[in-house]
Design a protein around this ligand. Structure first.
Ligand code: HEM
Length: 399
């Protein structure tokens, strides 16, 4: 049996509940969101560790370090949350790939979960030790960062192995002898290094946003704001240049240097460099960074799509079994609930940051309206979700 037929047999016989291109689009979007917080967490932790070594002699570093540890802590929780979405979309349209890799590298899948737990717990330890001014905090921060980078390496191993179905047999039964150890570990250093290095421009542009954001408050001195802005500019410039070199190397190896998507990424990097070096409001720079992140995410997907269709597995031919109720429930949850709840949290976070002293959310009409709407939608959602579930259950078992 040829590889394409094998891959197609491994698909879910029940088919997928909606058009594959929609899952593909959602994968690209949600992976970009996952990556944004991965990069901010890794960049923020690196800066916090550097800051922890300098904060004794500098008030600026002391303030920035505390804020960056906090940023990294929140980013890890968001990267985990936002990692689940692309994982689900991958499992829908590329299920043969994901499940085979989970067998070939099963031990590493377990290790990933415990590494993430250990790395995140140590990050909390770093946070408390840093707050207390403990001398061992730097060491704890470094160990936490190394473990989280290792978790990223494992994620890369799974992604990289999953797009090489032509090697699966060789890894599963090297020399004809079946290897069930689950210890396969194959990676691509250039691709990984490029993705991890993106944490520098992400961190640099975040620092520019942060300095713009706090610049309207009286309790942050102009000296501190320009310290953060200069640091952000330096990190973003260096990071963009380093990422550009690694990107060119990766594309050269993939034979995609002149692909329109690669060229669009190069253009976005040049635009970002110009914006970072100018004095333009950094929120516009972040807009371009979002476009660059979506392009990179689309390129990753293009590489996979191209490889898989070359092997005879085309996601657009995936058998479809449209399930309208699930589709409507998903879209309504995603759009109505998602946008209202995120709108509420973001509005509140913005206002908390912009307020001197304590922000009383109950006295703010917009935040109060959004909060009430979110609670009402959650209650309605629960009634519909469980009511519908019960109805389906009893309909199928009794009738
Ligand atoms: C600190 C922890 C993590 C780091 C540093 C990290 C980093 C990465 C990196 C670098 C990639 C790209 C790999 C590549 O394209 O070569 C990736 C992909 C991915 N990550 Fe994460 N990740 C972390 C945690 C998670 C978690 C907890 C989840 C799920 C809940 C997750 C879900 C995903 C998914 C679905 C992909 C795409 C896989 C594919 O396309 O085949 N990640 N991650």
């Amino acid at each position: 049996m040829d590889l394409g037929t094998t891959l197609n047999i491994l698909r879910d016989p029940a088919g997928i509940p909606f058009y594959p291109v929609v899952f593909q689009g959602l994968y690209v979007l949600t992976w970009a969101l996952h990556a944004a917080f991965v990069l901010l967490a890794l960049g923020g932790m690196t800066l916090s560790i550097v800051g922890a070594t300098k904060q004794k002699s500098s008030a600026n570093w002391k303030l920035l370090t505390g804020h960056m540890v906090q940023t990294s802590k929140l980013s890890v929780s968001l990267l985990i949350l936002l990692g689940i979405a692309p994982l689900l979309f991958t499992q829908v349209i590329y299920d043969p790939n994901w499940y085979v890799v989970n067998s070939l590298s099963g031990v590493w899948v377990f290790v990933f979960v415990y590494a993430l737990l250990a790395g995140y717990m140590l990050l909390y330890w770093f946070y408390y030790a840093n707050k207390k001014g403990s001398s061992g905090s730097v060491l704890i921060g470094v160990i936490s960062l190394l473990i989280l980078v290792f978790a990223g390496l494992l994620m890369h191993v799974f992604a990289y192995e999953s797009i090489q179905p032509d090697k699966w047999m060789e890894w599963y039964a090297p020399g004809g002898v079946i290897d069930t150890s689950g210890l396969n570990f194959h990676f691509n250093p250039v691709r990984l290094l490029f993705l991890v290095t993106l944490s520098a421009p992400t961190l640099g542009i975040f620092l520019l946003n942060y300095s713009d954001f706090v610049s309207t408050r009286d309790d942050f001195t102009p000296e501190y704001i320009s310290f953060v802005r200069d640091l952000g500019k330096k990190i973003a410039t260096f990071g963009l240049l380093a990422s550009a070199v690694l990107f060119a190397g990766w594309m050269l190896l993939e034979g995609l240097l002149l692909n329109p998507l690669s060229l669009a990424i190069v253009v976005s990097v040049v635009v970002l460099l110009l914006m970072v070096r100018s004095n333009i409001t950094s929120y516009f720079t972040t807009g371009v960074l979002v476009i660059a992140a979506l392009l990179i995410s689309a390129l990753r997907e293009y590489i996979r799509f191209d490889l898989m269709s070359g092997l005879g597995y085309n996601i657009y031919d995936y058998p479809m079994n449209i399930d309208w109720p699930s589709v409507i429930m998903f879209l309504l949850t995603f759009v109505v609930f998602g946008f209202t709840a995120i709108g509420w949290i973001l509005t509140m976070a913005w206002k908390v940051g912009k307020t001197q002293g304590v922000f009383d959310a109950s006295k703010d009409p917009i935040v109060t309206k959004l909060a009430n709407a979110t609670v009402a939608i959650v209650l309605l959602w629960c009634v519909v979700y469980f009511g519908w579930g019960m109805f389906t259950l009893f309909k199928n078992t009794i009738v």
